[in-house]
Design a protein around this ligand. Structure first.
Ligand SMILES: Nc1ncnc2c1ncn2[C@@H]1O[C@H](COP(=O)(O)OP(=O)(O)OP(=O)(O)O)[C@@H](O)[C@H]1O
Ligand SMILES: [Mg+2]
Length: 137
């Protein structure tokens, strides 16, 4: 059912060994942003050519903590703040425009604006058709 042959991974647009070819194809973007920035982000991602997006409501804190580290006088105990997490699997050549779109939409200049994480994607499969990799995005 799954095509994991050498030819499958090396017939793609990037050349190189099997491992390098696979890793060069797609990236996973995970961004944590302020919920109030989601509408603007959706607009910008559409305009940047995003094909698919998964959004979840999450809670978290970063280095600067939640609302108030000093609340109750307890230093270093942070509150969880509501955030929105965006996940996207994209072609390598989309990383720059997508990251720029996210940063432009999500940056208020205040603490808690969030982060963008970029990681390698080994493969993707469209369940309906069995397509792999780039074709499955
Ligand atoms: N290292 C991390 N790993 C996982 N999630 C993180 C990490 N850093 C931040 N986050 C997520 O991003 C959200 C926003 O983080 P935030 O922007 O406050 O980071 P920060 O490091 O405190 O930077 P700033 O100084 O701009 O506030 C957090 O609530 C959390 O959900
Ligand atoms: Mg912070």
């Amino acid at each position: 059912m799954f095509d994991v042959s050498y030819e499958h991974f090396t017939s793609r647009k990037h050349t190189g060994n099997v491992f390098g070819g696979m890793l060069a194809l797609m990236k996973r973007i995970e961004a944590i942003i302020k919920p109030a920035r989601l509408d603007e982000l959706q607009d910008r991602l559409r305009r940047a050519g995003a094909q698919g997006i998964t959004v979840s409501e999450v809670r978290g804190f970063g280095r600067t903590g939640g609302k108030r580290d000093a609340y109750l006088g307890l230093a270093h105990i942070a509150d969880f703040n509501p955030k929105v997490r965006i996940q996207m699997m994209i072609d390598d050549d989309m990383v720059q425009p997508i990251v720029e779109a996210i940063q432009a939409a999500a940056c208020t200049g205040e603490t808690g604006d969030g982060k963008i994480f970029v990681s390698h994607v080994v493969d993707a499969i469209r369940i309906r058709t069995g397509e792999h990799g780039h074709d499955a995005l």
